[in-house]
Design a protein around this ligand. Structure first.
Ligand code: BG6
Length: 456
């Protein structure tokens, strides 16, 4: 099949920082062996050559790990068309120029998803076209429903790709291997044996000049509505029959449907915003002093909530999701804490060893797995010592965006979010958004470089 790749928003930050480098990785890996037409569409009045120069600069900035020959090869395939992505005639002209069976990628602010999809529906897309939509998928449940409705008018659901690059991260994919290709974990992967699950994505990065997007999104919409809920879904899902898009989407959707939004917003949710501080050797200003931030929007840069998955496997196990910017350390992990053993014959005071419960840590970026256990002490054989079995995984063959693009160009949607999942995810967070907007939960402050709001 003669695939083409049409990027709407082709001069944006996402294209330059993630999509072009991802494509360059595919060229270097030999996945894209034959030339593919890549057509960028955006507002700038540029020629193909001007666009290629812009792309070369972005590639040298963000794809230094890719050999120059591959970057240059990709640059040679790039074309550019000036156009308004909400005007059907412009889209029609772009699709004609790209030719082939296009993957149309909406690398756009989510406020223009709907008019763009409406315009695409009017322009019409060739048979076999795939539509990829970035996150966040709208701003609320009503938006997501509307977007799904227009998408379904355009192409069948199995040709819609709602992007969540966390699904393409090695550790997230590894949850499938760990759980479903071994006997050892699955029998204890339930409420009978697990006490709690923490899904944490703490970042040292601050706003990084993204106020235009982030200040209207905030941590809850940016991270916890999508990435962290997807990780929860993969951790909590029932074994799928196969790893195809339909089986995975159905099993993840079952989990999301069973998630009950927090009952007590003040107890079960936390929102915070960073103030000036030092992260490593960087001085960060107060979030509200960052360029483009409107302080009275009250945007949170830290969000946390605890939910339960109300089903047979998980009833009673709290799942805590937390993510924030400008924190003291990068901590990206899923932590599964087991219940204590029913009876401990060892004296927990012996040899300084405690008998904490077992902990399984799935670490992201750098990827790894740790299993923290109690073992007999080396000194006192009747005492206990805490030991950790650690595996550091080598870097994945492709970055998350590289892998997503590989799947997308091959027309496989296993790493996509389905229509149901997108809507269920909004159903879960909407009551939180409403409670926060109504001021039911205070916006706490935390200094940049700290461990987040003091929330106990
Ligand atoms: C993005 C968020 O989707 O994921 C960013 O918009 C966040 O705010 C990023 O920093 C984290 O993913 P990664 O791959 O950059 O670690």
């Amino acid at each position: 099949m003669n695939r083409s790749f049409v990027v709407l928003g082709g001069t944006g930050d996402l294209t330059g920082r993630l999509l072009l480098p991802g494509l360059a990785e595919l060229v270097a890996a030999g996945v894209l062996a034959e030339p593919v037409t890549v057509l960028a569409v955006s507002q700038e009045d540029w020629s193909d050559e001007e666009y290629r120069d812009w792309a070369r600069a972005r590639l040298s900035e963000h794809a230094g790990h890719v050999p120059e020959a591959a970057r240059e090869r990709l640059a040679g395939w790039l074309g550019y068309r000036h156009g308004d992505v909400t005007v059907p005639a412009d889209l029609r002209a772009a699709l004609e120029r790209a030719g082939g069976v296009p993957v149309v990628y909406l690398a756009l602010p989510n406020t223009v998803f709907l008019p763009t999809l409406e315009a695409l529906a009017e322009a019409g897309v060739p048979d076999g076209a795939v539509i990829a939509v970035e996150k966040p998928f709208g701003r609320n449940l009503a938006d997501a429903r509307q977007l799904n409705e227009v998408l379904h008018r355009l192409v069948p659901e199995d040709r819609v790709f709602r992007t969540d690059h966390f699904l393409a991260m090695q550790t997230v994919l590894n949850i499938l291997g760990l759980r479903f290709a071994n006997r050892v974990f699955e029998p204890v992967w339930n409420a009978q044996h697990l006490e709690r699950v923490d899904i944490v994505f703490d970042e040292t990065l601050g706003l990084e000049g993204r106020a235009g997007y982030y200040d209207t999104a905030g941590a809850l919409r940016d991270m916890l509505q999508n990435h962290l809920l997807q990780m929860l879904a993969v951790v909590a899902m029932e074994p799928p029959a196969a790893l195809d898009a339909r089986s995975l989407a159905a099993r993840k959707a079952d989990v999301l449907r069973a998630v009950r939004p927090p009952r007590d917003m003040r107890r079960d949710t936390v929102r915070g915003r960073y103030t000036a501080g030092t992260v490593g050797d960087r001085e960060l200003p107060d979030y509200t002093a960052e360029q483009g931030v409107q302080a009275d929007r009250g945007t949170e840069t830290y969000a946390e909530y605890t939910v339960e998955v109300d089903n047979w496997r998980w009833a009673g196990v709290p799942f805590r999701l937390r993510s924030g910017k400008a924190l003291g350390a990068d901590r990206h992990e899923i932590v599964l804490r087991f219940k204590p053993v029913p009876h401990l014959a060892f004296d927990p005071g012996t040899d300084g060893g405690g008998a904490e419960s077992d902990v399984l840590r799935l670490r992201l970026d750098p990827d790894g797995i740790s299993l923290e256990l109690n073992l007999n002490g080396a000194g006192d054989p009747f005492g206990l010592e805490r030991r950790s079995l650690d595996v550091d995984l080598p870097p994945a063959r492709l970055s998350a965006y590289g892998l997503l693009l590989e799947e997308l160009l091959a027309g496989r949607a296993a790493l996509s979010i389905s229509d149901v999942e997108a809507e269920e995810s909004w159903r879960i967070v909407e009551p939180i958004l409403a409670a926060w907007a109504a001021g039911e939960v205070p916006l706490l402050e935390y200094p940049a470089g700290s461990d987040g709001p003091a929330c106990g």
